[in-house]
Structures are given as structure tokens and as C-alpha cells.
Write a protein that binds this ligand. Structure first.
Ligand code: NAD
Length: 509
């Protein structure tokens, strides 16, 4: 462990703010506790309002210069960031696992996603296209330009502690924006590590201080200040729906922009035409992967009554084979939950399931004994429920999978799938093309992500990522999402040498 921390430049006590140069922070000490064994990994001297002001002043100044760097040159910086991440992939993945608890393979996958988005953004830096069109006036030229927006406030959740920063930051950087990152207080060390990796690249290329900044501190102080700060035209926030609703109201009040990536309640529909040998492993990975702590984790299975019992039996058998333990060890498929609070949330949800009339099929036990001393290890659980239960309408951020029976047609299943407040990810398993086309049509899934014959989790960076309804409507990365990080300007240029008003108006004086 010490070796991994040292390779990433993590010390026993680390500062909680950087503009590219680390500040002396005055806040209280924050401990980063590993859910693997409950041990303190290292500490952070948190950022307070004084350091916050310094960070914002430096960021505002840096923007004046950075916005004038040619976009492909900014892309070159992001390309080098990708190279640096390749060089640090193993240790950064291990730190993600140690601090957050996801298995090492998934830690590696998360860092790979950072590398992929660097490649994506580098190419994109040469493709920030604006449209041209024809004017109704003779000898006029009309076109659109995309300009940098300013300081982007990036607020991230604990469960993808490094990838979400990179999704936002790489696009923001190529667009000519500067970034101030406030990570989750549950995963501060991975943020320090990312900042240090980025600083190597920024410094050797003469990028001004303030282009990439980090503030680690309380949501109620520096987090709140960032959200209220009128110098920040865009807040991109990833986290729970209640957090997003609070934040949207504050940013809306000052007419700022938001990208909100909030909670999901993702369902897989399994029709009588499904290939169960595809469906079962996809469901198991979706529900158990990252110990059910992905925004895209599979929470609900909507299965036709004709195959309900078979599916439950096969899933329960698959669940029995899952090895639970130290996520750094090979062969372990499920590590701990992030902390004991998350374990309590799971236990409370199971109590509510039973109180509303649901039946537990398996799981939900808290493991104890050697290897499980942190109190964060649980067995993955399956419950038979109805979609309208209050608890089923909520996102429980844990490995608790609901099975809901449907009768009738695929339209009935889609109505259940859409019958929750959230709208992030959804899937259907079927080999019947009318069912899959119905699911993907305007009368189908209402989610931001809709898949056929693969699960709800594990999106690629090529497509826009995000969801509808209580998931917040934001799109954070991929596709043409760069446009969200820029301001659009419509330009008309008159080279006729004459006065020509639009819509044929004459205004002779
Ligand atoms: P959370 O809402 O508790 O915290 C998220 C972030 O918001 C943290 O950095 C936190 O400090 C910050 N925050 C909270 N209140 C704030 C305030 N008033 N001002 C400024 N910042 C504030 O979420 P979490 O427990 O870290 O993460 C789990 C949640 O995130 C789940 O609901 C999950 O579905 C969601 N999530 C969504 C996506 C997505 O892309 N849709 C991705 C990952 C996680």
C-alpha cells in the first residue's frame, strides 16, 4: 500500500487545494479510510474559504490566457495527459480500489476510461465545428462560432472517483475552459493523485497555473461557494438526485448552466423471447458489479410471468457463486460497500421491502469475521417486489436487485420500466425484433441509455452519457457533448457595402 501511495505522490498529510501549485490549507483534517480494512490511508488538510478565493482568482486569470491557446495545442496537452495516465494506470487503479472498494479489474477499467476519453478529446480538439448557412441578404455571410465558456465547476461522486473528473476535464480543456474540481469527501486521495498526474503535464508544457484546480473541503462551505459563484458559468455535478435538485435551484437562481448526472433506477426487461444464457450474466454483472454502486447498476428486472420462476432460480444460483472479499485479490467479484452508512442504507431498504409485502430470495447479510473487519461487506440480495412499492421507486445504492413480474405484451413491460422517477439506463433482452424496436422507439424506454441484449451498466465513452427525468437531463461526455462546455456565437458579416436589414425592412432616414 505504502508503495502505491508513494508512486502517486500521496503523503501522510496532503494539502486540499491546488491551482497547479499546492496551497497551504487552513481547514480541518479529513481522513481517507479504506472500506477494505477500515484503515486510514492518509489525511487531507481541507480547503477553506481563504484558499477557495485564491483558487478562483487564479482560475479566472488563467482563463484569460488559456482561451487563446489554439484548440489543437490544448488537445496536445490532453494527449499527454492520456500518456501520463497510461504510465500510472496500475497504481491509480489500485488506489481507486483501496479508497472506494471496487474490485481491481473495475479500478483498471475506470482508469482505462480516462485514457480513452483523453484520446477522444484529443481528436475532438480538431473538430470543434461551427455551421455556416446562407443569408437572405446579398453579399452577407452567416456562420456560427463556438467559444470557450469560462471556469467550469466539476463536482463528482465517490463511485467513479477519477473517471468522471476526466470526462468533464478533458472536454473542458480542449474547449478552452479552466476547471475547478470538488471531489467527494469519501475519495479525496484519488483526486490528489489525479491532480498530481495532471500537474506533471501542465508544468512541462508551460500551461498557466489555474487551468486545472482542485478543492477538497466541505460541500457546505467550499462546495456551496463554488455553486453560488457567478464567475462559474457551468456547474457539472454528478451525484444523488437530492443533491442535484438543491444545486440546480441555486445555479438556476443566478441563471448559470448545469450538467446534472444524478441517480438511476435502471431496469432490464426480459421477455419470453430472451436468450437467458445472455441475460443471466448481464444481470448479475449489472447488479453485483461495483457492489451495486454504479449509477447504471441494474436495480430492477421486469420479467415475463412465463419465465419468472426459471429466471429467479438461475439468478439465485449464480449469486451463490459470487466471491466476496478483498477487492485487490484476484478472483474476488464483489468488494465492500464504500462505508458503514451505505450498509445501513441497504439494511433499511430491506426492512422497507418486507414491510411493503416483498419477499427476499437471498442476500442482505452483513459479513463479519476475518477479512471482513471493516463492517462494509454484504452479500448481494434479490427481492421479489411490485414496481409501485415506495422503496422500489427510490435508488438504493447497494447490491439489492428487485424482480418484478409482468404479464401481457412488451408495452406492459415498458410501462413498468418507465414507471419510476429516474431515467438513466435501460435494457431489453429479446431476440424478437418487433419487441426491441418498440423498446427503442418513441413509445419505448424513456431513459438516456437504452440497450438491446446487453446490460444497463458499462457504457462506452463514444456516446453521450446521461439520463432524463430525476437523473437530471445532463450529458457529460462523448458524442457532441463538447458543445455543452462552450458558448455559441452567431455571426453575420456584411461585405455588400450597402445597408441591408433583415426581413426586408427599410428604415430610410
Ligand atoms: P452525493 O450526492 O452524496 O455527493 C456527490 C457530490 O456532491 C460530492 O462531491 C458532494 O460533496 C457534493 N455535494 C453535496 N452537496 C453539495 C452542495 N450543497 N454543494 C456542492 N456540492 C455538494 O453522491 P454520492 O453518494 O457521492 O454518489 C452516489 C450518487 O451519485 C448516486 O445517486 C449515483 O446514482 C449518482 N451518480 C450518478 C452518475 C450519473 O452519471 N448519472 C454517475 C455516478 C454517480
Amino acid at each position: 500500500m505504502k508503495d502505491i501511495l508513494a508512486k502517486l505522490g500521496i503523503e501522510d498529510v496532503n494539502q486540499g487545494a491546488s491551482t497547479g501549485s499546492w496551497l497551504d490549507c487552513k481547514g480541518t483534517l479529513l481522513e481517507s479510510v479504506s472500506p477494505i480494512d477500515g484503515q486510514v490511508l492518509a489525511r487531507i488538510q481541507q480547503c477553506e474559504m481563504g484558499e477557495y478565493a485564491q483558487v478562483m482568482d487564479t482560475a479566472a486569470k488563467a482563463f484569460q490566457e488559456w482561451r487563446m491557446w489554439p484548440a489543437p495545442k490544448r488537445g496536445e496537452i490532453v494527449r499527454q495527459l492520456g500518456e501520463e495516465l497510461r504510465a500510472h494506470k496500475e497504481e491509480l487503479a489500485a488506489l481507486v480500489t483501496m479508497e472506494m472498494g471496487k474490485i481491481l479489474q473495475e479500478g483498471r477499467g475506470e482508469v482505462q476510461e480516462m485514457i480513452d476519453i483523453c484520446d477522444f478529446a484529443t481528436g475532438m480538439s480538431r473538430q470543434l465545428y461551427g455551421l455556416t448557412t446562407h443569408s437572405e441578404r446579398a453579399r452577407h455571410r452567416m456562420f456560427e462560432q463556438w467559444h470557450p465558456l469560462g471556469i467550469i465547476g466539476v463536482i463528482t461522486a465517490f463511485n467513479f472517483p477519477v473517471a468522471v473528473w476526466s470526462w468533464n476535464t478533458t472536454l473542458a480543456l480542449i474547449c478552452g475552459d479552466v476547471v475547478v474540481w470538488k471531489p467527494s469527501s469519501k475519495t479525496p486521495l484519488t483526486a490528489v493523485a489525479c491532480q498530481k498526474i495532471a500537474e506533471k503535464v501542465l508544468k512541462r508544457n508551460g500551461v498557466p497555473d489555474g487551468v486545472c484546480s482542485l478543492i477538497i473541503g466541505k460541500g457546505s462551505s467550499v462546495g456551496d461557494a463554488l455553486v453560488r459563484d457567478a464567475r462559474v458559468p457551468l456547474i457539472s455535478a454528478t451525484g444523488s438526485t437530492p443533491m442535484g435538485k438543491r444545486l440546480a435551484a441555486i445555479v438556476g437562481e443566478r441563471l448559470g448552466r448545469t450538467i446534472l448526472e444524478l441517480g438511476g433506477n435502471n431496469a432490464i426487461i426480459v421477455t419470453p423471447n430472451a436468450d437467458l444464457s445472455l441475460a443471466i450474466p448481464n444481470i448479475a454483472f449489472g447488479a453485483i458489479g461495483t457492489a451495486g454502486q454504479r449509477c447504471t447498476s441494474t436495480r430492477r428486472i421486469i420479467v415475463h410471468e412465463s419465465i419468472h420462476d426459471t429466471l429467479v432460480e438461475k439468478l439465485a444460483a449464480a449469486y451463490k457463486t459470487v466471491s466476496i472479499g478483498d477487492p485487490l485479490q484476484d478472483g474476488v467479484l464483489m468488494g465492500p460497500l464504500v462505508d458503514q452508512g451505505a450498509v445501513k442504507d441497504l439494511q433499511n431498504a430491506i426492512v422497507k421491502v418486507k414491510a411493503e409485502g416483498g419477499t427476499m430470495v437471498c442476500g442482505g447479510e452483513v459479513l463479519s469475521g476475518p477479512g471482513y473487519e471493516s463492517g462494509c461487506y454484504v452479500t448481494p440480495s434479490i427481492a421479489l417486489v411490485k414496481n409501485e412499492y415506495e422503496i422500489v421507486q427510490e435508488e438504493t445504492f447497494a447490491p439489492l436487485l428487485y424482480i418484478i413480474k409482468y404479464s401481457g405484451s412488451v408495452e406492459d413491460a415498458i410501462a413498468l420500466q418507465n414507471g419510476v422517477p429516474q431515467g438513466l439506463s435501460s435494457s431489453i433482452f429479446t431476440n424478437h425484433f418487433i419487441e426491441s424496436e418498440t423498446f427503442l422507439s418513441a413509445m419505448g424506454s424513456d431513459c438516456g441509455i437504452a440497450n438491446v441484449n446487453l446490460g444497463t451498466s458499462g457504457a462506452e465513452i463514444g456516446l453521450a452519457f446521461g439520463g432524463e427525468k430525476d437523473t437530471g437531463g445532463g450529458r457529460e461526455s462523448g458524442s457532441d457533448v463538447w458543445k455543452c462546455y462552450m458558448r455559441r456565437q452567431s455571426n453575420t458579416l456584411n461585405w455588400s457595402g450597402k445597408v441591408a436589414l433583415a426581413q426586408g425592412i427599410s428604415f430610410d432616414m
